[in-house]
Design a protein around this ligand. Structure first.
Ligand code: SAM
Length: 310
């Protein structure tokens, strides 16, 4: 491959693909700072072979110029990444790209839709009495904190247990809950939710942003493991990233996956439904974020029948 073929203008590159305007903006910003990196990023997207040293140059550039990229590389499943998109105040151009990208906006929209639906589920369960929510892999638990501080500050009938193995996320959550005046309603537990045992079963379980990177079999196993935590008649809400994200925002996934090494397992709604059913839940339907990049399934624990075969 000659040096000339490795140089392509942003305009030529953009013409080939129908990218969102934030993609040329990002490339122009990189070009202004370091033209070689811009060329390498385009080459990498076009699957033109790069040397290990060139790959390293791209990676170092992203780490040094984006908090989001550095956090993702360190731990793709960390809530630092989701929190960064929920509260978009980063100042680097690469971080601004993530805020402007459809993939980034869809994560923010997922939070809003999860909160709306969580509020409806709480209202439904409140009709039967007290409501205890298990926020599994909740990170700081922003979704529950927002809903509690908006609607239930003075309601003693709702409470939550936020279980995460990341102590820093839990500490952040405690501060957020304190500011939202709902700290007295949320217990923060540092644990793997697969190992957690509850004396009082959860009326609602939410599992958001946890399954996206996992293969189908592992998701099914995990959902089976957490079933004993859910009360009879309780509801579970589970999110997973959809193939639409890859189709409509391939450049963001290219950065996340091919530069930062973060893999997602995109699943259609029908696959999420199969996971529910194979793990022993009844499927009650699903909702999506505003971009259709995530499916959120809702279900209940399947009633076991003595006459399974009939
Ligand atoms: C991407 S974050 C999502 C956080 C939050 N649910 C949200 O929607 O913003 C995933 C979180 O799941 C946690 N996590 C993943 N597997 C876990 C497990 N088995 N037990 C406890 N926490 C887990 C991680 O520590 C991380 O905080």
């Amino acid at each position: 491959m000659s040096e000339n073929n490795r140089k392509q203008s942003i305009e030529e590159f953009i013409e080939e693909f129908s990218f969102e305007p934030c993609v040329p903006e990002l490339l122009k910003s990189i070009e202004k700072d370091n033209e070689k990196i811009k060329d390498l990023v385009i080459c990498k997207y076009l699957k033109i072979q790069l040397t290990p040293a060139e790959e390293e140059d791209i990676l170092n550039y992203f780490i040094n110029n984006s908090v989001f990229s550095a956090a993702t590389l360190a731990n793709p499943a960390t809530s630092v990444v989701t929190e960064f998109l929920y509260d978009p105040i980063g100042r680097f151009d690469i971080d601004k790209y993530f805020f402007a990208s459809k993939g980034g906006k869809a994560i923010h929209s997922r939070l809003i839709r999860v909160e709306d639906n969580l509020h409806s589920l709480i209202e439904k369960h409140l009709k039967k009495g007290k409501v205890l929510i298990g926020n599994l892999g909740g990170g700081p638990g922003r979704d529950v904190i927002d809903v509690f501080s908006k609607f239930y500050r003075n309601n003693d009938n709702v409470a939550s247990v936020n279980i995460d193995r990341d102590k820093n996320a839990l500490n952040r959550g405690k501060r957020m809950a304190d500011i939202g005046e709902v700290l007295n309603k949320i217990e923060f537990v540092e644990s793997s939710f697969s190992k957690y045992k509850n004396k009082e079963k959860f009326d609602i379980i939410i599992l958001v942003g946890v399954l996206c990177g996992l293969p189908i079999e592992k998701c099914t196993l995990l959902m089976r493991e957490i079933k004993p935590l859910l009360a009879k008649g309780g509801s579970i809400m589970v999110s997973n990233v959809a193939p639409k994200m890859l189709n409509e925002d391939p450049f963001t996934y290219f950065i996340m996956n091919e530069i930062m090494g973060w893999s997602l397992v995109f699943k259609e709604e029908v696959i999420l439904r199969e996971i529910f059913e194979n793990a022993g839940y009844d499927w009650h339907g699903s909702f999506i974020d505003d971009y259709g990049f995530h499916h959120m399934g809702i279900g209940t624990k399947r009633k076991t029948s003595l006459f399974k075969n009939f």
